[in-house]
Design a binder for this molecule. Sequence first.
Ligand code: HEC
Length: 108
Amino acid sequence: MIWLVLLACDGAGVVDSSEPSPCDSGPDVTWDAWANGFFATYCRSCHSIDTPDRRSAPEGVDFDSPSDVRAFSDRVRARVIDDESMPVGGGVYPEDLVLLERYLDCSI
Ligand code: HEC
């Protein structure tokens, strides 16, 4: 019954509850209250299944729903927050970058 021993020792499920998560306090940034509007404003003119002109945005890279954003969350973080290379030309308000990071960290 080696597998039982391995299962018991893999450490899964061990959570150190003494460390408060940064998501425990601060604003609750939800899809309905904020992120839906953010992606509509900044991204969906190119990245949507419904856009009439993708302007060369890759097929399938859409931000129409929370699960779309979840699927590309690492790339959204990299392009919008780290590189500021999306949307094309930049121009996201700094306070929106803060809320986007919070959304990606805590709400998806
Ligand atoms: C004016 C059209 C346009 C807008 C608006 C736009 N994009 Fe893009 N996006 C593109 C194009 C064109 C590409 C392909 C070229 C590239 O990767 O730079 C792309 C590629 C991407 C990719 C896939 C490439 C990768 O690096 O993984 C992601 C993710 C992305 N965009 C995220 C976003 C997000 C998030 C927003 C809104 C904050 C946004 N884009 C707004 C046109 C746009």
